[in-house]
Design a binder for this molecule. Sequence first.
Ligand code: NAD
Length: 498
Amino acid sequence: MRQIDHFISGGSPAPTGRTHKIWNPSTGEIQAEVVLGNAATLEAAVAKAKEVQPAWAATNPQKRARVMFEFKALVEANKQELAELLSSEHGKVVEDAHGDVQRGLEVIEFACGIPQALKGEYSQGAGPGIDVYSMRQPLGIGAGITPFNFPAMIPMWMFGMAIAAGNAFILKPSERDPSVPVRLAELFLEAGAPEGLLQVVHGDKEMVDAILDHPDIPAISFVGSSDIAQYIYQRGAANAKRVQAFGGAKNHGIVMPDADLDQVVNDLAGAAFGSAGERCMALPVVVPVGEDTADKLREKLIPAINALRVGVSNDPDAHYGPVVTPEHKARVEGWIDTAEKEGAEVVIDGRGFNLQGHEDGFFVGPTLLDRVTTDMESYKEEIFGPVLQIVRAKDFEDAVRLPSEHQYGNGVAIFTRNGHAAREFASRVNVGMVGINVPIPVPVSYHSFGGWKRSGFGDIDQYGMEGLKFWTKAKKITQRWPDGNEDLGNAFIIPTMG
Ligand code: NAD
């Protein structure tokens, strides 16, 4: 069986003997296994990272950018292979896997501009003969712990910014689809990066805890589910590390009575069911405003959902593929059971879905639930599957309140032709990323990404200038070059600029 190993350059730590199986979600077969490491594996990676990082930090930013440019070219040249590999372990369709790689690459493109982004600030003559300037310096070794659902994009969001800024990076990807992260690290080396600058260690909680407790790792970026995110944030912070930890989501799509419903249905089909709903920026809750809007929307949604084609991940005509593991399929179907017991109306039922010829694959049919209410557990929690819930809102105020009061605050969208309503909604809603007639408002790479409430712990966002801030520390320098003729003044009084 194919074995996926760590990608580390320091020493050869003894294997732990523990492995994790890698499924092919389309066929239900085990296609590989990944080795699981421990503190000794991490130690080897950290030792190598410590050795190479100072020279990398001292490499001028233009030369660092050249490695980024070269890496971008290599990822582009290998995009089809990466997308197919990603799709075979994750289950998302190949075209969507291309998007996963592309959205990561866009952050690499931003990181190519590191010489410009790292230019500091300078104030000449801040006092008599005094100048003040600031610079951003790398932290040393950064670590990233990533989820299964974007195995290319999220690692690139993290290591692209961290490494361009002068850090070494240790990535602990999801143990469910680890091949693409390893492939990215190989390409990074091929791009001219020093050996050991980007390393990949595999593992589960044991490895994560080793990272959280390692004294030589000053910063950790995490993306995954909320309970784990909170744990990472707390334990990392208790160890005096800088931590950003992004969690789960339950994004709402508000549909105002004046919205173009055909457009909304088209957008919702992709945003709720694309990637089998396994996206933190999916739209699994639709909130039509008023009963009339709800009835009209439901009428249009039913045929659109019934027309969705579920297929194996390399079927070019499939809208979406299987979910990632058999456990996840059972979990999603369990949430549909719960919703039904709680009184939701199961309008379209995706449970027990069988794809002919692929009966062992982890497929869940598209599901539509109506008359979902805010007291239901199936509304409060993240389902992370191809399930769309309709929550009917009385009016605009109700529509602002629902996502604002939800425990998660990652993304939200409003569909309307009314600029005033959109503006009002965007300014009042208690959610981190807002789309106006845009169903999946993931900000472009030169802005930043981050949700609120239980979708994001810590106070600095991912990528863009926020990412740069996260992976560097600011140094502030106040200088004076006296020529010996100055009035020495009273050295016992706190200096002021007069
Ligand atoms: P997960 O929380 O199960 O795993 C994420 C990472 O944490 C993995 O690397 C995993 O090995 C590690 N991990 C798992 N259990 C752990 C434990 N007990 N202790 C320490 N580490 C542990 O998440 P997932 O299922 O891989 O990904 C899906 C989740 O990620 C969803 O909740 C989704 O909303 C969220 N997500 C959030 C964002 C965002 O930006 N907010 C983006 C993508 C995914």
